[in-house]
Ligand binder design. Structure first.
Ligand code: HEM
Length: 497
């Protein structure tokens, strides 16, 4: 349409509308097209260069067919996070890197009601379901690690943690016995890998060609068939019960299927539609949480002096309060350690990619205008590594947030004031979960799960790095930064000397 053409012209590499915003790299169509390639290999360095060169501001880098505007001041990050969907679109921003419609499914974009279910019902029920989550953590580590007596055992960190996280997350999502069904679990893991891999390829094609390309590349239909086979019967049973006994039947399980059914309307109340929501929640949950925990394990094995203080904290809190969700609030060192790991090793050089969809563009408070059709994001990693945001910013200081919380508590009336240095708190200078309107709705569960997992690990195991003092190198591709996928960590039972 004319509007689409106009939007394309406004945002593409030859547009003059972004002239006021400085460029990192080259100007001119061919040169900047080449920069688009370089960006795939060097995104973190290019973003850091722009950040250093244009402090507290806004700059742009070339992607293949358009500019990506990058904001580096927390104030501008907040303005991006606060803009509503009809001005800065989250979904259109995601779509640029990941063609969700083709690799996951159209309804996830067109009616994202599950985000609300996750933010509200799932989060509200974390207290009630915590004993099961805790039980699954203990069983999953036992069964996945298979440690015997006093042996040190080397395990591939990411793969091992993925197996634990998939089980623990699904204990909450679908409960026993399905959360231990290996076909069901690995289908969720494989689906996420396929979504990312096929998505990155499909995203290189113009939008109009994507549906066709997807029919050759995407294995979505295969994953969906396995999900339907393994999870479908359980969903069918729930729908039948509701038809027969109404929405509040006695003994109704307190899980994601029930929470989704409370929100799902019309055509979303079918077996395939609900299976797709659970599959896509697994996609959003498993890889992000596994990557974050693996990075924390690498931080712990590289800085082993943190193990004992966290073990002492966990043992002390559990002795006083038992294994409850509320007890996790008292584990401030563990919370701080995970937050610090996310700060330094979060999952991307940029975050919060949005597309300007407002007809008249988007205006920042300093007057800078981004025309309709442009893309904008936050320089997440550079912000996290900036000494004006964090003291000794490039150093891993596992308990920095615990110290800040203690200092704050000593000087403030805490009934009046929530100090935002906990794992779940987002800010313009803390972006592992994004911030603002689309901040990750699953972060309350992620924090609960990862804190309980870390407490379990430090109490029950000794750990060893493959090479003492050397952190396994990240895998970097384009804007993505992921933990090393082949590094191993050694585990040994604590009391098995
Ligand atoms: C450590 C683990 C996790 C990390 C680092 C993470 C990170 C993120 C980030 C960066 C976003 C996008 C925010 C933005 O662009 O503004 C996001 C969105 C989302 N996350 Fe998470 N996430 C994690 C765990 C989870 C879990 C466990 C769930 C589900 C239970 C989940 C469900 C979602 C959903 C549904 C969205 C889309 C939000 C929307 O469209 O408004 N995430 N997450």
């Amino acid at each position: 349409s004319v509007r689409n053409l106009k939007a394309f012209h406004n945002s593409n590499l030859t547009s003059t509308q972004l002239d006021a915003i400085p460029i990192v790299g080259s100007r001119g169509f061919l040169a900047s097209f080449w920069d688009g390639y370089k960006f795939l290999a060097n995104a973190p360095d290019m973003i850091q260069a722009g950040y250093t060169q244009y402090p507290n501001g806004i700059f742009r880098v070339a992607r293949f067919s358009h500019w990506l505007v990058v904001v580096s001041h927390p104030k501008f990050v907040k303005e991006v996070g606060g803009a509503p969907e009809h001005i800065l679109s989250f979904h259109e921003g995601v779509e640029d890197n990941l063609p969700v419609k083709q690799v996951i499914g159209r309804p996830i974009v067109e009616n994202p009601y599950h985000q609300n279910t996750i933010r509200t019902s799932l989060t509200r029920n974390l207290h009630a379901r915590f004993p099961e989550v805790r039980d699954e953590i203990a069983c999953a580590f036992d069964e996945v690690l298979q440690l015997h007596d006093s042996e040190w055992k080397w395990l591939p960190a990411l793969h091992t943690i993925m197996a634990v996280v998939a089980r623990v997350s699904n204990r909450l999502f679908v409960g026993l016995p399905l959360c231990r069904n290996q076909t069901y679990l690995w289908n969720n893991v494989q689906f996420a890998i396929d979504v990312i891999q096929s998505g990155q390829k499909i995203a290189l094609f113009p939008k109009i060609m994507r549906p066709l390309v997807a029919t050759f590349i995407s294995s979505k239909d295969k994953s969906f068939a396995v999900a339907l086979q393994t999870l479908g019967p359980l969903v069918a049973e729930r729908l039948a019960k509701e038809d027969e006994l109404g929405p509040n039947w006695p003994g109704k399980p307190n899980d994601l299927i029930s929470w989704l059914l409370e929100d799902a309307q019309g055509e979303e109340r079918t077996v395939p539609a609900l299976v797709l929501r659970v599959l896509s929640t697994n996609f959003a949950a498993i890889h992000t949480s596994s990557m974050a925990f693996t990075q924390a394990l690498y931080d712990l094995t590289t800085n082993p002096e943190y193990l004992l203080p966290m073990r002492e904290e966990a043992e002390h809190v559990i002795a006083n309060e038992g294994w409850t969700k509320a007890a996790l609030n008292s584990m401030v060192k563990i919370d701080s350690f995970l937050r610090e790991s996310q700060r330094l090793n979060g999952n991307g050089s940029v975050a919060m990619i949005r597309k300007v969809v407002a007809k008249d563009g988007f205006r920042f408070s300093d007057g800078t205008v981004l025309p309709n059709g442009s893309f904008v994001c936050a320089a997440a990693r550079a912000i996290h590594y900036d000494a004006s945001n964090y003291k000794n910013a490039t150093e891993f200081d596992g308990f920095r947030f615990a110290r800040e919380r203690a200092e704050h508590a000593a000087t403030h009336d805490l009934t009046q004031d929530v100090f935002k240095r906990q794992m779940i708190s987002t800010a313009g200078d803390f972006l592992p979960f994004g911030t603002g309107k689309h901040a990750c709705p699953g972060r309350f569960f992620a924090a609960t799960e990862l804190k309980a997992m870390l407490a379990h690990v430090v109490i029950n195991y000794e750990l060893k790095a493959e090479v003492e003092g050397v952190r396994p190198q990240d895998n970097t591709f384009g804007i993505t930064i992921a933990p090393n996928a082949s590094a191993r960590v050694a585990f040994r039972k604590t009391n098995a000397l």
